[in-house]
Design a protein around this ligand. Structure first.
Ligand code: SF4
Length: 85
């Protein structure tokens, strides 16, 4: 179970230059041997996404035909290519 509480943990770089994260963190996020994760680099940080085998949310949109424009719609967070014309 993953806590909603923010915590700080430390990772280390081993002798081969590989980043090693604590086993409990890897286990909590489904990082099994061979798992592939996406890394996004930002200004002074690297964000590691969960592997696709460990998703927390899945949105299913059976249609893009909605012509409303609710301010809370999560489509607002998507790129223009995903919005209905
Ligand atoms: S939340 Fe988004 S998809 Fe739902 S009705 Fe509003 S605009 Fe349409």
């Amino acid at each position: 179970m993953i806590s909603g509480k923010q915590t700080t943990a430390w990772a280390e770089v081993d002798e081969q230059g590989r980043l090693v994260i604590p086993a409990e963190i890897a286990r909590a996020y489904g990082l099994l041997p061979g798992a592939r994760v996406r890394l996004d680099e930002g200004n002074n940080f690297v964000r590691m996404h969960r592997p696709v085998t460990h998703l927390t949310k899945v949105y299913i949109e059976p249609t893009v035909a909605c012509n409303l424009d609710c301010i809370t719609c999560f489509r607002n967070a998507w790129g223009a290519a995903y919005r209905a014309a």
